[in-house]
Ligand binder design. Structure first.
Ligand code: F6P
Length: 357
């Protein structure tokens, strides 16, 4: 008999349910007796002892369902050691929930912040297995996270839609794609959607280079330009500021996001009409695509295997086309970002895509 806790934490994404289903199905099909405790709304449920007992029927029909059947929340790692408003020690409370239910292990699905707390719980002696979720694909230790491909599909479709209207009106269009710190999603969606300019956090841009790219397209007879801007795109000038200075600058600025600042500058410099589209959380919504359904199911069943073997303290990841187990202390606190000299960037440049650098 294994008593297993499950929780999903941080921003949601597609295939969280598919991944949990993978874990549970693989355990059930192994013949092992299991008791399942689903903590509600991420670490919050673990802190406050809010959970519900689950059985196999809870995992039927959820392969294709977006979101998470357990709910999620963001409980920032940087304040995890600070008591809550009632003076409660969050880490001790999480341990208390775990021991009170006599859990054998806790399966945690999440991204970067989630993994820091998961590793902390491991250090505190809990048996932890994690699964890598995020549309950003920025988790260290895995080549791929689930949610990413589905989000690329949605972002690509958005760019496809914008293409037709940009063409009709001969406008410059900016499509702002999620990714505050890394550019995997904007880059992949931008390439898939045939964007002309892609701005990502890893490659600070020069506004004049963007204008040059627009003018060059015009010279070559193009009526419109599509620019994909990552949420965290940053100019070369701003990249020189300290984190604090940059935060202050953004707070003072009147723009809802970086795209609007870029749009205004382009409009001033070119006299062209610029429009901004922000698909936002649509990118995390809806059903997982077929890739993510398979991928998350595979990761889930490998997590089941680790649990059956009693191998804890690992994230189930994907490296060089193989599912691997990665020690949690190697994952926690590290960000996977795009190398500006990566082959894919060079190839994109060869296709004529400008990065504004
Ligand atoms: O980490 C996933 C992500 O969707 C990022 O791409 C985005 O910047 C952020 O979460 C948005 O966070 P929230 O859902 O808290 O607004």
């Amino acid at each position: 008999m294994k008593r297993i806790g499950l929780l999903t934490s941080g921003g949601d994404c597609q295939a969280l349910n598919a991944a949990m289903r993978g874990v549970v199905k693989s355990l059930v099909n192994s013949g092992e007796q299991i008791e399942l405790y689903g903590f509600l709304d991420g670490y919050r449920g673990l802190i406050y002892g809010e959970y519900r007992m689950l059985d196999i029927s809870d995992f039927s029909g959820i392969l294709t369902r977006g979101g998470t059947i357990l709910g999620t929340s963001r409980v920032p790692f940087k304040t995890i050691r600070e008591p809550d408003e009632d003076g409660r020690d969050k880490v001790e409370s999480m341990k208390h929930s775990y021991y009170k239910l006599r859990l054998d292990c806790l399966v945690i699905l999440g991204g970067n912040g989630t993994h820091k707390t998961a590793n902390l719980l491991r250090e505190e002696g809990l048996n932890i297995v994690t699964l890598p979720k995020t549309i950003d694909n920025d988790l260290w230790g895995t080549d791929m996270t689930f949610g990413f491909q589905s989000a690329v599909d949605i972002a690509t479709q958005t760019i496809d839609y914008i293409h037709t209207t940009a063409d009709s009106h001969g406008r410059v269009f900016i499509v702002e794609i999620m990714g505050h710190k890394v550019g995997f999603l904007p880059l992949n969606a931008g390439m898939a959607g045939g964007a002309d300019i892609i701005l990502i956090p890893e490659i600070p841009y020069d506004i004049d280079k963007i204008v040059d790219a627009i003018e060059l397209r015009k010279k070559r007879g193009a009526k419109f330009t599509i620019i994909v801007v990552a949420e965290g795109a940053i100019s070369k000038q701003d990249a020189k500021l300290s984190k604090k200075e940059y935060k202050e600058k953004v707070a003072k600025a009147k723009y809802p996001s970086v795209s609007y600042e870029i749009a205004e500058k382009i409009q001033k410099k070119t006299g062209k009409e610029v429009r901004v589209t922000v698909p936002g959380h649509i990118q995390r919504g809806g059903a997982p695509d077929s890739y993510d359904r398979v991928f998350a199911s595979r990761l889930g069943s490998e997590a089941g295997k680790l649990i059956l073997k009693g191998e804890y303290g690992f994230m189930v990841g994907y490296k060089n086309r193989e599912i691997v187990k990665v020690p949690l202390d190697e994952v926690a606190g590290k960000l996977k970002s795009l190398d500006p000299n990566a082959a894919i960037i060079k190839e994109a440049k060869m296709l004529g895509i400008s990065f504004g650098d």
